[in-house]
Design a protein around this ligand. Structure first.
Ligand SMILES: Cc1ncc(C[n+]2csc(CCOP(=O)(O)OP(=O)(O)O)c2C)c(N)n1
Length: 345
């Protein structure tokens, strides 16, 4: 079997059209969505640029190319709703409102990091904004999120829980177990699958039979849908529908969002030259970059002009420079810190 019989949705279909952005969203919201995606992109580009300086003591998994999923999804949530994520964490953390200083300090292994310097990039958490945690274990966050949704249901609050997972995470047994349990108990959880078609360097077609991931999820009796993961508004609308279902007692939803990571599975730079995917494939997806396409749309609608765009870029650049400096000046953990949260009889 090879990949030639697999139809990757949205790939090379000439979707760089503007009519795919629909809805009646207030202009200020549209600009805020764009800014949020751009901020994540610029933060990650700076992380990538500085990574080889070896000041960051953590593996990294960049979301460059995948910004629309976290941003569109988080925009449909309330602050008290919870978000869990995988090892590819930065987008979800920042979109949910996670503190950038605490994130960068964590990545520099500083005492004021959001996980007390214990976790690095793959273990981000900011409970004040409902960023409930991330896990380096593929599938690790899925049952935890399902349990958190059960807790919300049992407490009778109207909190919704989202867990981001990759396509390979659908291959973990615990994901099937969680879908089964969520369907059985009708808990308010949204399984948000960012299908970027690769598990490290193994393509989806070499790992799973030719099927749609949302159809696989639907077989568990979970409401399931597919949405263009490069379209921030489509992601927002799909999440809003899922949130309304969950909040009204209608149970879980599985959202499959085809996306593409423009960088390597881990670390800085692209790794397409190793041969597991073609550079032409990456370029096709870069042509539907979620930020560039949406920015063009805003420009055509007169919501963003060159001056405003430059002001936005400058403000983001200044914030990033300032917060990197703060992270680098932050104190290292002390020996005493080592023993915090350690329980021994
Ligand atoms: C249980 C487990 N198995 C294997 C790994 C090694 N591993 C880390 S990331 C990854 C691929 C995950 O792919 P996917 O879930 O599609 O997310 P993506 O990296 O594409 O965002 C693997 C196999 C792991 N961390 N945990």
């Amino acid at each position: 079997m090879d990949g030639t019989n697999i139809h990757y949705p949205y790939q090379g279909e000439g979707v760089r059209g503007f009519d795919r952005f629909t809805g009646t969203h207030p202009p200020a919201d549209l600009v805020a969505l764009y800014r949020s995606m751009l901020r994540i992109r610029r933060i990650e580009e700076e992380i990538e640029r500085r990574y080889h300086e070896d000041q960051m003591k953590t593996p990294i998994h960049l979301v460059i190319g995948q910004e629309a999923t976290a941003v569109g999804c988080a925009a449909a949530l309330r602050p008290k709703d919870l978000v869990y994520s995988s090892h590819r964490t930065h987008g979800a953390y920042l979109a949910k409102g996670g503190d950038l200083k605490a994130m960068l300090s964590e990545m520099h292994c500083r005492a004021n990091g959001c996980a007390g310097s214990r976790g690095g990039s793959m273990h981000l958490i900011d409970k004040r904004v409902g960023m409930a945690g991330t896990s380096a274990i593929v599938g690790g966050a899925v049952p935890i999120a399902t349990g958190a949704a059960l807790a919300a249901q049992m407490k009778g609050d109207d909190r919704v829980v989202v867990v981001f997972l990759g396509d390979a995470t659908t291959e973990e047994g615990v994901t099937s177990e969680s879908l089964n349990f969520a369907a059985l108990k009708q808990v308010p959880v949204i399984f948000f699958c960012e299908n970027n078609f690769y598990s490290v360097q193994s393509p989806l077609w070499s790992r799973q039979p030719n099927r749609d991931l949302h159809a696989w999820a639907a077989a568990h009796r979970v409401a399931a849908t597919r949405v263009d993961g490069t379209n921030v508004l489509a992601v927002y609308d799909a999440t809003r529908t899922a949130v309304a279902r969950a909040r009204s007692g209608g149970g879980p939803t599985f959202i499959e969002a085809p996306v593409y990571r423009f960088r390597a599975h881990g670390g800085a730079g692209d790794d397409s030259s190793t041969g597991y995917r073609s550079e032409a494939e990456r370029q096709e997806w870069e042509a539907v970059c979620p930020i560039a396409v949406f920015g063009d749309y805003l420009e055509r609608r007169g919501l963003l002009d060159g001056t405003a765009a430059k002001g936005m870029e400058d403000a983001i650049a200044a914030e990033i420079a300032e917060i990197f400096a703060v992270a680098l000046e932050s104190p290292d953990p002390t020996e005493e810190d080592l023993y915090r949260h350690v329980y021994a009889e």
